[in-house]
Design a protein around this ligand. Structure first.
Ligand SMILES: [Zn+2]
Length: 117
């Protein structure tokens, strides 16, 4: 594989449509974790941050689909990367607000299986 050009990668990422960008970020963060000083669990999560007018900002973590839940369905090979984020849930495991393109997701923080509405 050819070496990637960092500025080229950034330019490409910034050029992506919103839906594809959010899918890619969420997928890139999945499974990235490490333990800091043997006591702190560190994970990565992509977030969508928004507000209406001058209202306070809302932070919602982008949750990828629960792959196990979609086995034997038309989405077994993955969701189209142009599926918009239209679903939300509050994680019953850790209380984080999550958003997704899929109904069945895994919380990017604690891994809880969630049903988005
Ligand atoms: Zn959670």
């Amino acid at each position: 594989m050819a070496a990637l050009d960092r500025s080229g990668v950034l330019a490409w990422l910034r050029s992506l449509p919103e839906e594809e960008f959010s899918h890619l970020l969420a997928e890139a963060c999945q499974g990235r974790a490490y333990r800091h000083y043997d006591i702190t669990d560190v994970r990565y999560a992509a977030a969508q941050v928004w507000r209406d007018g001058d209202e306070p900002w809302t932070v919602e973590l982008i949750a990828a689909e629960d792959v196990a839940r979609y086995q034997s369905t038309p989405f077994a090979a993955g969701f189209p990367t142009n599926d918009p984020i239209v679903r939300t849930a509050e994680c019953s495991g850790c209380g984080q607000r999550v958003v997704s393109w899929a109904r069945w997701v895994r919380c990017p923080v604690c891994g809880e299986a969630l049903s988005c509405s």
